[in-house]
Ligand binder design. Structure first.
Ligand SMILES: Nc1ncnc2c1ncn2[C@@H]1O[C@H](COP(=O)(O)OP(=O)(O)O)[C@@H](O)[C@H]1O
Ligand SMILES: O=C(O)C1=C[C@@H](OP(=O)(O)O)[C@@H](O)[C@H](O)C1
Ligand SMILES: [Mg+2]
Length: 182
């Protein structure tokens, strides 16, 4: 089942981008502004396993996490009218990229390395992928991952914007696009 036949207005919206760029925060705000249901795929995975991501990686392993990530993305991204934030590693899987791009409007949130590194302290405890890596290794991962985020419908560079400004900009842009295509 796909929902690639649905109108742009009804398509679910998916936020992608590197860990800590703001997908969960912005997704939640955009959902509120558009009166839509918000789904955070990491939160759904955590609910299924009954433990935080950190523990899922430690006790069950990344492979199981990635399988669950794929099946939940398949489940929610084929529904209409949802606002969905996927984890920063989701687009490593081609199947996930295809599901999202076929069924949804994919918005990439981008940030420069200089701005992002200020955020590392806030996020590191809950991001197993970043732990035990040097700053140089994290920087390398940051740039390597940019390739997978290039598969999108639109992109916003978020440097120097607060979360309200970002959510307002995205909401307004979506409304304009929906008017044009209606
Ligand atoms: N535009 C922004 N400016 C400042 N802090 C931000 C911004 N967007 C997100 N944050 C903060 O960065 C951290 C990571 O945000 P989060 O939404 O969890 O990112 P992601 O889901 O992409 O990993 C949170 O503490 C959040 O409050
Ligand atoms: O980039 C990644 O590999 C991951 C990103 C995380 O989500 P956020 O991008 O919301 O931090 C979460 O899915 C998990 O820790 C793995
Ligand atoms: Mg998140």
């Amino acid at each position: 089942m796909t929902n690639n036949h649905v109108s742009p207005r009804e398509k679910s919206i998916v936020f992608i981008g590197f860990m800590g760029v703001g997908k969960t925060t912005i997704g939640k705000l955009v959902a509120q502004k558009l009166y839509r249901t918000f789904i955070d795929i990491d939160e759904e995975i955590e609910k299924e396993y009954g433990m935080p991501t950190q523990q899922i990686f430690q006790k069950i392993g990344e492979k199981a996490f990635r399988e669950k990530e794929k099946s939940l993305i398949q489940k929610f991204c084929t529904q209409k009218l949802k606002i969905i934030s996927v984890g920063g590693g989701a687009f490593l899987q081609k199947e996930i990229r295809d599901i999202c791009l076929t069924n949804c409007t994919v918005i990439a949130l981008d940030i420069s390395w200089d701005s992002w590194k200020e955020r590392l302290n806030v996020i590191i405890d809950s991001r197993p992928v970043l732990q035990g890596r040097s700053m140089e290794e994290i920087e390398e991962l940051f740039y390597k991952r940019q390739e997978i985020y290039s598969a999108h419908n639109s992109k916003l560079v978020t440097d120097n914007l607060n979360v309200e400004e970002i959510a307002d900009y995205i909401t307004d842009s979506l409304k304009v696009a929906w008017e044009i295509y209606s």
